[in-house]
Design a protein. Structure first.
Length: 120
């Protein structure tokens, strides 16, 4: 908190308080067990948000989970399979300006060359 009780504040100046640093954001994504061989740390990712039609955010896979789990995230797709096992990956966004914490996004992970040599 930059100010004390009773101090004068002028809009446009230093922020009153910073709760969290949103200059860097990550996306958590569930990857279906059928697609694990095509995902690796460093893979390029394109992220889209319905709030910004035509805008593409870019990033890279920062981390790949080490434990399979039940699907927690649901889409609005009527034909979506909910009985699959998934692995969480973390995507670091290059420039998240405009996106907010908790916003739904769609991710397209480019197949990583490093994953191509993984056992199938």
């Amino acid at each position: 908190i930059a100010y004390r009780a009773g101090e004068y504040y002028q809009p446009g100046g230093e922020p009153l308080a910073v709760i969290g640093d949103t200059s860097t954001l990550t996306v958590r994504m569930d990857v279906d067990e059928r697609d694990l061989g095509r995902v690796a740390v460093g893979a390029a990712v394109v992220v889209r948000a319905n709030a910004f039609p035509g805008v593409r955010f870019t990033g890279r896979v920062q981390a790949v989970g080490r434990r399979m789990g039940r699907k927690r995230l649901r889409s609005d797709e009527p034909g979506e399979r909910n009985d699959t096992k998934v692995l969480e990956i973390v995507i670091a966004l290059d420039d998240p300006r405009g996106l907010v914490v908790g916003q739904r996004v769609t991710c397209d992970v480019r197949e990583a060359a490093a994953a191509a040599g993984a056992p199938r």
